[in-house]
Design a protein around this ligand. Structure first.
Ligand SMILES: NC(=O)C1=CN([C@@H]2O[C@H](COP(=O)(O)OP(=O)(O)OC[C@H]3O[C@@H](n4cnc5c(N)ncnc54)[C@H](OP(=O)(O)O)[C@@H]3O)[C@@H](O)[C@H]2O)C=CC1
Ligand SMILES: O=C(O)CCC(=O)C(=O)O
Ligand SMILES: [Mg+2]
Length: 420
């Protein structure tokens, strides 16, 4: 049953539905797609990205019926709250959506609205592809070796928000329990302490790793690397690794092999059609991202590792202005860039809309509109190669010309018209 929307209108258009047996979205040619512009630079990049996505849809004979919904500052203005039911229900009902960044205060204040959306809609995977676009400036020597897809667990780990503030009765109760009942006497220093809990479940781990392995198989990828800090956090990150391998063995025995078998039986050359499942400790992985980029393909990891790693990987291929992503659940998609609301650049029509546009490309792929998605990719790449780019790329490109975000997006729309 449809939600009774209080302060937003449902546009003309049709609903995307989900075929549970086929595990597939059923997509009309004129889907209703909710969009949250977001805070800070979100208001600069989202409307211009929308125009690019419209151009790609129109060029391939479709029409996106946008439904603007609100979260963060714009929702506080309109509804007096951060995350109105209208917004959550629109994302739930219409299934495929896109958002700009939402600001989260540090140290106090409300908890992340981004995390809240992921949890409320059970968008349990955050998929962040990191790939090279021709002509993109990079601080590394061989950025073209980067072609990774980061699958980040999206609903648990330290993002569960189970923590207690220093100086409260609650934190003292937890300290007492940990020291007196759980046997960790003299482990926590005396004086004020903040304590948090890091849940990592078998359920959360396995559904994430399942999605990563399925993606690797469907997209002909070579390997899935489990990235963890299991040497130190044995029962959370270590368990993530163990459950990840267990899942591969239980559910994909024919399609996967582990790294030991790869070397012992195949001398390091994976047999045709097999995905190698391996693991790396997170600190090592962060340096291998730079030094052995080409050895990695699909990565699967707990929430915090994925947060760190996706920004670091994005820096190698043009920076946060380019890096796209999407939150995925069963039959539900919320695309969003890797970057945040970058408040110091907000409202200046200068931030790079590519990350938002390329997140839209993932949305188009999820709709099954691969032709439109390819157009978006090619049009962005063509624009970057022309060196007429936003400030972040212009400052790194020799002979570059600086464009406003809106001018840059308009030229991408023209590229789409030329390419179509
Ligand atoms: N999913 C989400 O909605 C996310 C929200 N956030 C939130 O955003 C807020 C700000 O976070 P912060 O740590 O500053 O990280 P941001 O990602 O917002 O910005 C960090 C820096 O990255 C560069 N950058 C980011 N986006 C772009 C862009 N589109 N074009 C060009 N450059 C870009 C800028 O670098 P420079 O100044 O060097 O040019 C910017 O100062 C916080 O409240 C945080 O919680 C953070 C991440 C994700
Ligand atoms: O929710 C936030 O404010 C930050 C989230 C974040 O950094 C991310 O999703 O990568
Ligand atoms: Mg982040």
């Amino acid at each position: 049953m449809s939600h009774d929307y209080e302060q937003v209108d449902v546009p003309d258009g049709e609903k995307v539905t989900y075929d549970e047996d086929a595990e597939e979205l059923v997509v009309p040619d004129n889907p209703i797609v909710p969009i949250i512009y977001g805070d800070g630079i979100g208001k600069d990049v989202a409307p211009v990205a929308q125009k690019v996505l419209d151009a790609a849809a129109e060029a391939t004979g479709r029409d996106i019926s946008w439904m603007r919904v609100y979260a963060g500052e714009s929702a506080r203005d309109k509804y007096g709250e951060n995350l109105p039911d209208d917004t959550v229900e629109a994302l739930r009902e219409f299934r495929t959506s896109i958002k700009g960044p939402l600001t989260t205060p540090v140290g106090s204040g409300f908890r992340s609205l981004n995390v809240a959306l992921r949890k409320k809609l059970d968008l349990y995977t955050n998929m962040r592809p990191t790939y090279y676009l021709e002509g993109v400036p990079s601080p590394v020597k061989a950025p073209e070796e980067m072609d990774m897809v980061n699958f980040r667990e999206n609903t648990e780990d330290v993002y569960a928000g189970i923590e207690w503030e220093a100086g409260t009765d609650e934190v003292e109760q937890v300290r007492e329990f940990v020291e007196d009942e759980m046997g960790f006497d003299s482990t926590i220093h005396d004086g004020p302490v903040g304590i948090g809990v890091k849940p990592v479940t078998e359920f959360g781990t396995k559904r994430l790793v399942r999605q990563a392995i399925e993606y690797a198989i469907e997209n002909d990828r070579d390997s899935v690397t489990l990235v963890h800090k299991g040497n130190i956090m044995k029962f959370t990150e270590g368990a993530f690794r163990d459950w990840g391998y267990e899942l591969a063995e239980e559910e994909f025995p024919e399609e996967t092999i582990d790294e030991d078998t790869l070397w012992e039986e195949y001398d390091g050359e994976a047999p045709e059609g097999k995905v190698v499942v391996k693991d790396r400790i997170a600190d090592n992985m962060l340096q291998q991202l730079l030094t052995r980029t080409g050895d990695y393909d699909v990565l699967a990891m707990p929430n915090l590792n994925g947060d760190y790693l996706s920004d670091a990987a994005g820096a190698q291929i043009g920076g946060l202005g380019i890096a796209p992503g999407a939150n995925l659940g069963d039959g539900r998609v919320l695309a969003e860039p890797v970057h945040g609301s970058a408040p110091k650049h907000a409202g200046k029509d200068k931030a790079n809309p590519s990350a938002m546009i390329l997140s839209g490309r993932i949305l188009l792929e999820q709709l099954g509109w691969d032709d439109a998605a390819d157009l978006v990719h090619d049009a962005v790449e063509q624009q970057i190669s022309s060196k007429r780019v936003t400030y972040d790329l212009e400052r790194q490109v020799e002979g570059g010309e600086k464009l406003a975000a809106s001018e840059y997006a308009e030229e991408i729309v023209e590229n789409i018209h030329d390419l179509a």
